[in-house]
Ligand binder design. Structure first.
Ligand code: NDP
Ligand code: 2IT
Length: 444
């Protein structure tokens, strides 16, 4: 049996209840086959794939807090420190009722390669909790965040592990967590990114993932004889990534006609009104029904359906496994030319394969959404030098990083005779640097 197949089999047997983790590992290892085969003896002796797929360590802890009625609630907290061979662990904190160890491990594993692709010195980690911020008062969110950080603070630090936002964790949650870290540890350090501008945050971090997604998409289109101008775009999600992807797409002359949340979706043929969307989602924390109620051109539909709308470009920006094979078929039938993942692993393996077979340009999340973590690393740099850069400075660095990522994965794909396969390109380019660092640092 090949080394890749052996490792895949062992991972499934060892971690049976973690389907998302299996999916992420399978995608990476499948596309690394040519690299592994070319170096099989060394990698086997080094047990490189076994070491790469086993986290350095993982923490699971109780998070008790008191709700507004005086009732004690208990959630589970996680932090998986996956790989720090190229820099301190770095990755977000997801707060969503679906969170479990397998989901945090898939996200942490993806983060290793994503962070490597940024070209910046950051390792891979991820964390979160099954706490649901939806419908909670600010006081309840603060109570949860303080309790979560009371435990998490034992494991993190500006030079060891630097968490950030993800689904359900935005500026409010990061603020409460930063306050608690400072109170417990007594140090003022850049231990979290995505901080408010008043206390060490970076300009453009809020926009970075969505903007970065569009910078990479535009470069991919350009290198394949297209551009963003005049394109019709379907976006899913309506959170941080979706909002700023929509804003940048509009700035580039495209028109975004859909957004969604976990209960329904909006079709707005005149183009999504970003200011209204921000008001509904960032200020009121309300449902998309409120967007539709305030916007005469918009139709609201219950359930899922974004990918049935005819578009040139699809940008899944909500969550994992939200674009299935039947969605991929609908996109191809409607003439879609490109799919770029704003979310982490939103496209199933079968859907990805179908899109690629049908010549749809496909940019995987670990490359396309790397602008968020890249700008987090720029926030770390600013914190270290105790300076703040202008919006333009950060934004232009972000743009350079995203263009560079695209060319790195394009080149890596070509080197292995897989021209245009950006999934393979991203996995290979991300892996090469991490593998080199792991081998150079010995068996640790
Ligand atoms: P937000 O919490 O701001 O928004 C998430 C959006 O996705 C919401 O519209 C939410 O709807 C929807 N959503 C979440 N879970 C589900 C679900 N199970 N089914 C349907 N819809 C769902 O998160 P972000 O925008 O920050 O994150 C979106 C994606 O981008 C995630 O995959 C995240 O890992 C990834 N990402 C985020 C980065 C960042 O910097 N924030 C960086 C790189 C990747 P509802 O409000 O109804 O729950
Ligand atoms: O998935 C991701 O890359 C993030 N949620 C951002 C991580 C970060 O450290 O900014």
């Amino acid at each position: 049996m090949s080394y890749v197949d052996e490792v895949l089999e062992r991972i499934i047997a060892k971690n049976p209840a973690e389907p998302e983790f299996h999916q992420a590992v399978k995608e990476v290892l499948e596309s690394l086959r040519p690299v592994i085969e070319a170096n099989e003896e060394t990698y086997r002796r080094e047990a490189l794939l076994e070491r790469l797929t086993e986290p350095d360590r993982q923490f699971k802890f109780r998070v008790p807090w008191v709700d507004d009625k005086g009732q004690v609630q208990v959630n589970t907290g996680y932090r998986v420190q996956f790989n720090n061979s190229i820099g301190p662990y770095k990755g977000g904190l997801r707060l969503h009722p679906s969170v479990n160890l397998g989901i945090i491990k898939f996200l942490g594993f993806e983060q290793i390669f994503k962070n490597s692709l940024t070209g910046l010195p950051i390792g891979g980690g991820k964390g979160g909790s099954d706490f649901d911020p939806k419908g909670k008062s600010d006081r309840e969110v603060m109570a949860f965040c303080q309790s979560f950080m009371t435990e998490l603070s034992k494991y993190i630090g500006a030079d060891t592990d630097v968490p950030a936002g993800d689904i359900g964790t935005g500026a409010r949650e990061i603020g409460y967590m930063f306050g608690q870290f400072k109170k417990i540890r007594g140090t003022y350090e850049g231990v979290l990114t995505g901080k408010g501008l008043a206390y060490g945050g970076s300009l453009a971090r809020t926009e970075a993932t969505g903007y970065g997604l569009l910078y990479l998409t535009e470069e991919m289109l350009k290198c394949n004889g297209h551009d963003m101008k005049g394109k019709v775009v379907c976006v899913s999600g309506s959170g941080n990534v979706a909002i700023y992807a929509t804003q940048k797409a509009h700035q580039m002359g495209a028109k975004v006609v859909t957004v969604s949340d976990s209960t329904g979706w909006v079709y707005d043929p005149e183009g999504i009104d970003v200011e209204l969307l921000k008001e509904v989602k960032e200020v009121k924390r309300a449902r998309l029904t409120e967007y539709a109620a305030a916007r005469p051109s918009a139709e609201y539909h219950e359930g899922r359906g974004v990918w049935s709308v005819k578009c040139d470009i699809a940008l899944p920006c909500a969550t994992q496994n939200e674009l299935f094979l039947e969605d991929a078929k609908a996109l191809v039938a409607n003439g879609c030319i490109a799919v770029a993942e704003g979310a982490n692993m939103p496209t199933t393996l079968e859907a990805t394969e179908y899109l690629q077979q049908n010549k749809v340009l496909f940019a995987p999340g670990k490359a396309a959404n790397a602008g968020g973590v890249a700008t987090s690393a720029l926030e770390m740099s600013q914190n270290s030098e105790r300076l703040s850069w202008t919006f333009e400075e950060v934004d232009s660095k972000l743009q350079g990083i995203m263009v560079n990522i695209f060319h790195n994965l394009d080149d890596a794909a070509k080197r292995y005779g897989k021209e245009g396969d950006y999934v393979a390109g991203a996995n290979i380019a991300g892996f090469e640097k991490v593998a080199e660092a792991m081998i150079a640092q010995g068996v640790v």
